[in-house]
Design a protein around this ligand. Structure first.
Ligand code: ADP
Length: 298
């Protein structure tokens, strides 16, 4: 059974586009990313899945249950972290966490303190004293409290420092190991590419692709930036380079290369090269350029 399944899920705000015929299937136990720029429709999809807003047309299920009719039942097994977290300033972290615990009779004090220690929450601080990142940590702790079968996180890395982001990703991998499913949105594919099993790319309200990351990462080539007075476009094309950018003025090229690295080095060593930078091809550049190109063709 798919944990999340949508069929032509559509939401318009008056006449304006929110999301347009979204079809996604999220398997049990996977970490599924939902990637797109601001305004693409990520939050609208999530809010519709959680029945915070009604679909204009189309339908969806979570755990095989209808997202509108069965929403209360569905929510018993979901942990959700919104993109913007808001709390009363005067309440202490301890108060928030105890309140969250009170909804779940099976959650012991030990369970609660383990989560709070893992996320390094300062229980005595008032919410008004916390930075955005620390408020977000409280929301994440609340979402994890009852060991939900499905975690839905809307832009969870916003406001988190790199260390905390790493910690969060470790927690999400642990959730996956327990057999739980994670659905998270992000505007940055690079940030989540090592975490997710698959990502759906959303652009202007529509799903434009679903990428299996392990497969996609294996096919990545090298991105070469070079400066040389001796090297021209023809030479780069002859060695099999796909030119992304060139500047005659600076004698520079940026190109992608998918063949044998030794041959590349041998070829380039025939010329006087002033600067050379060899990097792994960037998944986000590759996919997002592709979608932008497609958009321009229309
Ligand atoms: P994302 O989460 O990817 O940044 P959103 O789902 O918030 O995108 O927004 C998708 C589109 O729906 C945008 O064009 C946005 O302006 C519009 N939208 C979102 N919420 C509302 C709302 N409450 N009223 C009107 N339009 C909205």
């Amino acid at each position: 059974m798919n944990i999340i399944e949508t069929k032509n899920l559509t939401k318009t705000y008056n006449k304006n586009r929110g999301i347009d015929n979204i079809n996604i299937s999220v398997n049990e136990g996977e970490i599924y990313g939902f990637i797109g720029p601001n305004g693409a429709g990520k939050s609208t999809t999530i809010k519709t899945l959680l029945n915070f807003i009604y679909p204009t047309s189309g339908s969806g299920t979570i755990f095989g249950l209808d997202i509108v009719k069965d929403s209360s039942k569905i929510k018993e097994n979901i942990g959700y972290v919104p993109s913007e977290v808001k709390y009363y300033d005067s309440v202490k972290v301890k108060g928030i966490m105890k309140y969250a615990q009170s909804f779940y009779p099976n959650v012991s004090d030990e369970d609660l303190s383990k989560i709070c220690i893992d996320l390094e929450l300062d229980m005595e601080k008032k919410m008004g004293e916390l930075s955005l990142g620390n408020k977000k940590k409280v929301a994440i702790a609340q979402a994890l409290i009852q060991n939900p079968k499905l975690l839905i996180l809307d832009e969870p890395t916003n406001g988190l420092d790199p260390l905390m982001q790493k910690k969060l990703f470790n927690i999400l991998v642990e959730e996956k190991k327990k057999g739980n499913t994670v659905f998270l949105s992000s505007h940055n594919l690079n940030e989540v590419q090592n975490l997710c099993d698959r990502v759906a790319v959303i652009k202007e309200g529509k799903i434009v692709d679903v990428i299996e990351l392990e497969k996609a990462t294996k096919t990545l080539g090298l991105k070469i930036t070079l400066v040389s007075k001796d090297i021209n476009e023809e030479i780069i094309l002859n060695i099999g380079g796909k030119i992304l950018n060139k500047s005659k003025e600076n004698n520079s090229f940026i190109f992608l290369y998918y063949k044998d690295t030794n041959s590349l080095i041998k070829e380039l060593s025939k010329y006087n090269v002033e600067e050379l930078l060899i990097e792994k091809e960037n998944l986000e550049d590759t996919f997002l350029n592709y979608y932008e190109d497609k958009g321009d063709e229309k």
